[in-house]
Design a protein around this ligand. Structure first.
Ligand SMILES: NC(=O)c1ccc[n+]([C@@H]2O[C@H](COP(=O)([O-])OP(=O)(O)OC[C@H]3O[C@@H](n4cnc5c(N)ncnc54)[C@H](OP(=O)(O)O)[C@@H]3O)[C@@H](O)[C@H]2O)c1
Length: 334
């Protein structure tokens, strides 16, 4: 079997760490392996039992890879990915830099994997928040067309990276130790221990947050449908890992609760529980899990053809690292 030289830019980060583990556990055919970080502090990562020192990326070093995973920052992806893809290296970008760029496929393999093709070497992976909804409702959208979608998110701190994880842990310790929350907010606009806040990213002129706009724009692109009306409220909660979503979706074509249930039961990448008490939670279903989980399907009381669903997925796996590795698996099948 052919082996592929792999670069991971952001190997020392949250997503980078999961990506390395998945390349190993899914036996991705890796030849040479190159690890990159910011270069600000010496760091090493372990891959297949060997230690690799991380270095700041350069175009020349990245060019040695057949496939480069970008799991660092928008700025780094912007600096390298397009040029590198033009020079022949497949670039799988988890940052938001190119997600809405025309000509760059935004891919969840179970939903629109056919967009991975030879001509397009720069491929983006979506924001971890909308992945759950994009996977869970894909088949329903195809069959009954989702015309309106309302989403409330309950987002784990790991979605904001390793510093944010550490901050929640530190705040919890300070709170339990001293009886007062830490005054250092760091990664977040407000204290996160024993708290939550309706802000993920900055706000636009209309008062929508960056995250809420990403949910709308990226979901429309992945489903290839700009007609859907999408409204979201993104909330950060003191959960370490696993994003949850409460969704209300209204279909354009009439459909019964039973037909929605049947469609959810056969949606690729989704594990759907019919019994209301078997709903998923981030602790039980969002930690190193590959599938998206859904439950509590019911008719909404607000309109005909409107339904409610609860969705949980692992932001670091299906929301980032796993999705990227699945894209790479598609690439080597081409
Ligand atoms: N966390 C999630 O759930 C999630 C989901 C989907 C997409 N993403 C995206 O994935 C990317 C990584 O997120 P993360 O949560 O893993 O963040 P993180 O834990 O903060 O890790 C960031 C990584 O990027 C590296 N880095 C920072 N500046 C760099 C530079 N100038 N040059 C090279 N490397 C640099 C860091 O290196 P140092 O260790 O040296 O600082 C670290 O390895 C982001 O673009 C994020 O938007 C994250």
């Amino acid at each position: 079997m052919k082996a592929y030289n792999i670069a991971v830019v952001g190997a020392s980060g949250m997503v980078g760490g999961e990506l390395l583990g998945l390349l190993e556990s899914r036996r991705f055919p890796v030849g040479e392996f190159y690890a990159f970080n910011s270069g600000r502090e010496p760091a090493a990562v372990e891959f297949r039992g060997k230690k690799y020192a991380c270095a700041a990326p350069t175009f020349r070093a990245l060019k040695k890879a057949d496939i480069a995973f970008f799991v660092s920052t928008d700025e780094v992806s912007g600096r390298f990915a397009r040029r590198l893809a033009a020079a022949g290296t497949w670039c799988i970008d988890d940052s938001s830099r190119f997600r809405l760029s025309p000509g760059v496929p935004l891919v969840i393999p179970e939903v629109n994997g056919e967009e991975v093709g030879p001509g397009k070497k720069l491929i983006a992976g979506p924001n971890c928040t909308l992945t759950g909804a994009a996977v869970a409702l894909a088949a329903i959208h195809r069959k009954f067309r989702v015309a309106e979608l309302r989403i409330a998110t309950y987002q784990a701190v790991s979605g904001a990276g390793k510093a944010a994880m550490k901050q929640l842990e530190e705040e919890l310790r300070a709170y339990l130790g001293k009886g007062a929350a830490s005054s250092r907010n760091g990664s977040f606009p407000r204290p996160i221990a024993f708290n939550l806040f309706p802000q993920v990213g900055g706000f636009d002129a209309e008062g929508n947050s960056v995250e809420e706009n990403k949910v709308e724009g990226e979901l429309k692109k992945i489903w290839g449908d700009t007609r859907i009306k999408i409204s979201a409220t993104a909330v950060r909660v003191p959960v370490l890992r696993g994003h949850s979503l409460a969704v209300w979706f209204k279909t354009a074509r009439p459909c019964s609760l039973d037909s929605v249930r049947k469609e959810l039961g056969r949606t690729p990448g989704l594990k759907f529980s019919e019994k209301p008490e078997n709903y998923p939670t981030p602790l039980e279903n969002g930690q190193r899990t590959e599938a998206v989980y859904a439950g509590r399907l019911r008719r909404a009381k607000t309109a005909a053809n409107e339904f409610q669903l609860w969705i949980v997925s692992d932001n670091l796996y299906k929301g980032a690292a796993l999705n990227s590795v699945q894209i790479a698996e598609r690439i080597i099948e081409l």
